[in-house]
Unconditional design. Structure first.
Lengths: 446, 171
């Protein structure tokens, strides 16, 4: 069979079998096994020796050690009540503005995104904390859902981020080392967060009904009180951000080491809030375990898939179609981004990353795109995948904890403007690549 | 007999999972110890780096079956979720027999062979600390075996769901 036909059949089979509802990771591995055997003339030992070797390689990957550690940090932090305190104070500080509570959610989520690398915990935490508060103050259901889901997903983009760790661990290029990716993601993360902030302010300015300020009678705090509350609640997370990101960006610690320090830091914050005990540690460990193993299973299946796909020449087929089409390089980029965006509507980010990055990265290099810049576009796109219906994980996490009056329809409608904001952000990053490349060039110039 | 097998497999993986999950704590400990030794005492260990990697490897490879036990492996169940329980169980059995089992029976066999090779060659890491690799490759084989068993347990459960009509009648 020709590589072209095999490529089409392999992707076709994958899509068909994924729709059957079988776990994604097993399906990736199964499709890899089938096509690996077709490609190598049904030499079972050769294929599975290679798979065993692949799996062993993943058990030896020091970069990915940061994944469980960052997840653990988020799990401990989530149980430390640090977010509750920050939200309580920002609720008072920003509550008086039109759309102020929504803005408080964006700020708290952004700060927390800089301490956690996953999204489940932050969407759930904000859903529980801010969801009822927003409903009580008469915020529109759609807007409230959109704010919580969109800002909650910043955690996967703003470093530390397990998505960036997986990306760095997968590519192994110097330009896309985890340190570089972390530095590169900071400004794009802030850009997106600012876009949400701006949108909510403008919308509520013109339509105060959907995001009213809290009534005068509730505003009893003096300016001095507001300042001291904010500072007190901001110092713990900022200290943690400094300890983790500071040590990485200054080159003192590897991301893996910084992640372990982050776990200790999160434990200290939990201890300070009297939330640390054996039960909390055990629960955090078990939640960490399930998320880690889920990602690693996808890593195993994705590794099998991409190894077989590339060895049977599928990568060249895709490259030839895209590069040989005579399209201008930004058109090729757009096609790749549209593919990722579309996959994001159905498939989990890790699976998309593990399947598309090994195929797309060589194409991006061939087109002379900066690999770090390209990586960041992929990651912003993948962050959006948490929000795009029908399969946006953030939407489901939020539905699980949302106040009962919010149904999935409100959430689907509410997220659309934020998905558009994501796409605007993506376009801005294409037009102004410095947003991505400037910080890494300054930080790692030595 | 099916029920006993399910209890045995689920019970074993639950226990292993609860212990394996706690490996995150020594993982943190070793990395932090290494950082402290290097930056504060300028005396980096020869074993910190590899020990960390080994703990992480064991951690997740033993977690695969635990996550399966708790249905934690992501899937796209847009269509599946709309089916009635029994049809879903039938679909579960078909997809498992078609996709999971052929692949992971081979994977398990060959990971045992991979481990055996390592024992036969008395394989050690080619670093100054030179830790043995065969125990960890054996744990990889054990991890895949447990995952296989856990999916077997799921198969039995799906089968029970399909055949449960008579039992419901008795109750």
């Amino acid at each position: 069979m020709s590589p072209e036909l095999l490529t089409i059949l392999m992707f076709g089979t994958l899509i068909l079998l994924i729709a059957s509802g079988h776990p994604l990771a097993y399906t990736l591995a199964g499709v890899a096994a089938l096509f690996g055997l077709i490609d190598n003339g049904f030499n079972v030992p050769a294929l599975f020796d290679m798979f065993a070797n692949n799996s062993w390689g993943l058990m030896q990957n020091y970069v990915i050690v940061a994944v469980p550690l960052f997840i653990m940090m988020a799990q401990v932090l989530d149980r430390s009540k640090v977010a509750d305190k920050l939200f309580e104070s920002l609720y008072i500080v920003l509550g008086g503005l039109k759309g102020g509570l929504g803005l408080a959610v964006v700020v708290v989520s952004t700060v927390f995104a800089a301490t956690t690398g996953i999204i489940g915990a932050s969407v759930v935490a904000m859903g529980l904390l801010a969801g009822p508060a927003l409903m009580r103050k008469g915020y529109q259901k759609e807007l409230s859902s959109g704010i919580i889901c969109a800002s909650g997903t910043l955690g996967i983009l703003i470093p530390p981020s397990i998505m960036l760790v997986v990306y760095g661990g997968l590519t192994g290029y110097k330009e896309t080392s985890v340190g570089n990716l972390f530095a590169g993601a900071i400004l794009p993360g802030i850009l997106l967060s600012s876009l949400y902030f701006l949108y909510i302010s403008l919308l509520c300015h013109f339509k105060p009904k959907i995001g009213p300020p809290i009534p005068e009678s509730d505003r009893t705090h003096t300016t001095a009180q507001k300042w001291s509350m904010t500072l007190k609640s901001l110092i713990p997370p900022l200290g943690l951000i400094l300890a983790v990101m500071g040590t990485i960006l200054s080159g003192i610690a590897t991301p893996t080491e910084a992640a372990a320090l982050g776990v200790v830091g999160a434990m200290i914050l939990a201890l300070a809030n009297k939330q640390l005990n054996w039960r909390v540690l055990k629960e955090a460990s078990i939640s960490t375990y399930k998320t880690t193993a889920m990602i690693m299973m996808l890593f195993i299946g994705g590794k099998f898939f991409s190894t077989v796909f590339l060895s049977m020449g599928g990568g060249d087929v895709v490259a030839n179609v895209l590069l040989g089409s005579g399209l201008n390089r930004y058109m090729v980029l757009t096609i790749m981004m549209v593919i990722v965006f579309f996959m994001g509507m159905f498939i989990d980010w890790a699976a998309i990353l593990l399947v598309t990055v090994p195929i797309f990265t060589p194409i991006a290099m061939e087109l002379n795109f900066n690999p770090l810049w390209f990586a960041m576009l992929m990651c912003v796109n993948l962050q959006t995948s948490f929000l795009t219906p029908p399969f946006g994980y953030a939407l489901f996490y939020f539905k699980g904890v949302a106040p009962p009056e919010i149904n999935i329809g409100h959430i689907y409608r509410g997220i659309i403007p934020f998905v558009i904001l994501q796409l605007i952000g993506l376009v801005l990053l294409v037009i102004f690549p410095q947003i991505i490349t400037w910080l890494p060039s300054v930080v790692f110039s030595h | 007999m099916g029920r006993k097998a399910i209890e045995l497999i689920d019970g074993t993986n639950e226990k292993i999972g609860r212990m394996g999950a706690l490996l995150i704590l020594p993982m943190v400990g070793v990395v932090v110890y290494e950082v402290i030794m290097r930056y504060i005492f300028s005396a980096p260990t020869s074993w910190g780096f590899e020990t960390t990697t080994f703990i992480y490897g064991i951690h997740y490879i033993l977690g695969l079956s635990y996550t399966q036990l708790h249905d934690g492996h992501v899937c796209i169940d847009i269509f599946e979720a709309r089916l009635p329980t029994k049809k879903r169980a039938v679909l579960g059995i078909i997809t498992s027999l078609l996709i999971f089992f052929p692949t992971f029976v081979c994977m398990t066999i060959f990971s045992w062979r991979y481990a055996l090779d390592s024992w036969q060659n008395w394989e050690h890491q080619s670093t100054s600390w030179a830790p043995p690799l065969y125990p960890f490759k054996t744990l990889m084989a054990i991890g895949f075996t447990l995952l296989l068993l856990q999916n077997f347990s799921k198969l039995l459960k799906d089968w029970q769901t399909i055949t449960s009509r008579q039992e419901e009648g008795k109750l």
